[in-house]
Ligand binder design. Structure first.
Ligand code: G4P
Length: 526
């Protein structure tokens, strides 16, 4: 197979949802279809259990297990599908944000009873920043939930998505009878508790007025379906592939992942419409996947918390060319040659050494501390991939050295943990004090624990009630004026970029009002 064919068959995507909407279940069903796993339950370990939310060691243990499921690859029809796992736990939202930089499209799972939830809102916002194509799967139709049209309104209102339903449910909960696939004009009837991968019953019903529909689902349900589908056709646009690829419209499917229902339609449509490896932007130029020379970037680093296994794995997304084992490549930031003897690919539960990988693929590189998130690896060209921004943390604390003899260890430990993306470090301009910013409280414990066990350093924290950290942009003289006036609230991030530490939403508004030419961003790339 030619390199071009290899590239064209890749489909790399992530599934995002609020915890409990059914991401793990859906992932598992997709893997069953692809034959990557044989039994249900195989990817359950990937999920951070609710009971463990206050026990970070337990969570880390589960995250350790989840390295194996960080990328789940399988073949379906003539495509090679890479699912990138995104942690559902809100304290690991940054991890998920970064993983989304390495996908070409996304499937969003919504619980029919709950509609759009907060975590989904945040994650979809990140996708929309880059116009990532999104397919929506509304799950748990075997339960009572919100009305289909209300759900679509919710998607448009809260997620800002223009939607285009491609399937429509026949009833819901006790009355759930199946879904009508508007894309293929099939009626797919639901049989509860049929959990095999290919149990679905399909009936081709091109004309919804046909008597056969009444025979299949009963007169009342058939009439309801006719009315609703008519309404859908009137209100929502006809599916337009380009609009989907440009992130302008999102197809919506209905189903029940646990019952393996509606999943095949989703997957069949996905392989048909989802984009292959997309070009990526660097500071220097745009990189096309079909370029001859290899390039890629690190979007995730997974460290092993077990002190007996200190290795880290850097996850590299291949962006162009062919990546080959034991070949000299350039680590752009360090400006030095490196080769990788054991690049790893992940096939659901199995890890294996790869000889070659293509754009769209993810390889795991064993790393002893050379990589940091966002690093580029190329065949020689000095490229710096963009689009892996930091996001404003939500919790902040001053970090103090608790053992004066271990200042060096603390500095080293903090730098390495920040390189891994565990949290963000800001240094105050006024007095050089270090501030750690995280998405969730859990990371503070993780940092303290890891500093002690991996670097022999001890730290303590001091509360710092900040609202947001905003990256400062605008004309140089205005930025200077702003920073001079707000000296006590200015810090620098890991790359030396200026950041405004806003104490409250009010303070942020005031700053914006008083300095209209200064732009305050919630992300480090703009
Ligand atoms: P997540 O990864 O998004 O957090 O969700 P996950 O798949 O773990 O699903 C959350 C819960 O919802 C699970 O139940 C799962 O069985 C259930 N679920 C998933 N899809 C459906 C569906 O189509 N219909 C219904 N009724 N339930 C569904 P749990 O009791 O929390 O876990 P478990 O004991 O079943 O593992």
């Amino acid at each position: 197979m030619s390199v071009q064919d290899e590239i064209n068959k890749r489909r790399t995507f992530g599934i995002v949802s609020h915890p409990d909407a059914g991401k793990t279940t859906l992932t598992e069903k997709l893997l069953l279809f692809g034959g990557a796993i044989q039994v249900a339950g195989a990817v359950k370990s990937n999920k951070i259990k609710r009971s463990a939310t206050s026990d970070f060691m337990e969570i880390e243990k589960q995250r350790g297990i989840s390295v194996a499921t960080s990328v789940m690859a399988f073949n379906y029809r003539d495509k090679k599908i890479n699912i990138l796992d995104t942690p559902g736990h809100k304290d690991f939202a940054e991890d998920t944000f970064r993983t989304l930089t390495a996908v070409d499209s996304v499937i969003v799972v919504i619980d029919v009873a709950k509609g759009v939830e907060t975590q989904t809102e945040k994650l979809v916002k990140v996708c929309r920043m880059r116009n990532t194509p999104i397919i929506v799967f509304i799950n748990k139709l075997d339960r009572e939930g919100l009305d289909g049209f209300d759900l679509l309104d919710d998607l448009e209102l809260k997620l800002g998505l223009k939607v285009c339903p491609l399937s429509w449910p026949v009833g819901m909960g006790q009355r759930f009878q199946g879904v009508y696939n508007m894309y293929e004009e099939n009626l797919n009837l639901f049989r509860p508790h049929s959990k095999q991968a290919t149990s679905d019953e399909f009936f081709k019903i091109t004309d919804l007025a046909a008597k056969e529909l009444d025979e299949r689902v009963g007169e009342k349900a058939a009439d309801e379906l006719r009315e609703e589908v008519n309404m859908v056709r009137e209100v929502y646009p006809k599916f337009n592939h380009d609009d989907y690829l440009n992130g302008k419209v999102s197809p919506v499917f209905f189903g029940s992942a646990i019952n393996n229902f509606g999943v095949k339609e989703l997957l069949d449509c996905f392989v048909e419409i989802a984009p292959g490896p997309q070009p990526r932007v660097t500071e220097e130029r745009q990189i096309d996947p079909l370029e001859d020379k290899f390039s890629g970037f690190v979007f995730k680093i997974h460290a092993n918390i077990d002190p007996k296994h200190r290795d880290r794995i850097a996850f590299l997304r291949i962006c162009s060319g062919v990546f080959r084992r034991n070949t000299n490549y350039l680590h752009v930031r360090q400006d030095r040659k490196m080769k990788f003897a054991n690049p790893t690919s992940f096939m659901a539960e199995k890890k294996s050494i790869v000889e070659e990988a293509y754009p769209g693929d993810i390889v795991g590189l064993y790393d002893s501390g050379n990589f940091k998130i966002g690093d580029s690896v190329t065949e020689g060209e000095k490229l710096n991939f963009k689009g892996i921004p930091s996001f404003s943390p939500e919790q902040f604390r001053y970090v103090n050295n608790a053992d004066p003899l271990k200042a060096k260890q603390l500095a080293k430990g903090l730098t390495q943990l920040m390189d891994e993306g565990v949290a963000q470090l800001f240094i105050k301009e006024l007095n050089g004090r270090k501030i750690i910013g995280t998405v969730g409280a859990l990371q503070f414990e993780v940092i303290q624990y890891r500093l002690k066990h991996e670097y022999g350093a001890t730290c303590d924290y001091e509360g710092l009630p900040l609202h947001k950290a905003c990256w400062i942009d605008g004309p140089a003289d205005e930025i200077k004026k702003f920073c001079d006036r707000r000296k006590k609230d200015i810090a620098k991030d890991k790359d030396g970029k200026l950041v405004f530490l806003a104490e409250s939403a009010w303070a942020l508004n005031m700053a914006r009002e008083n300095h209209p030419k200064v732009i305050l961003h919630y992300t480090s790339e703009f």
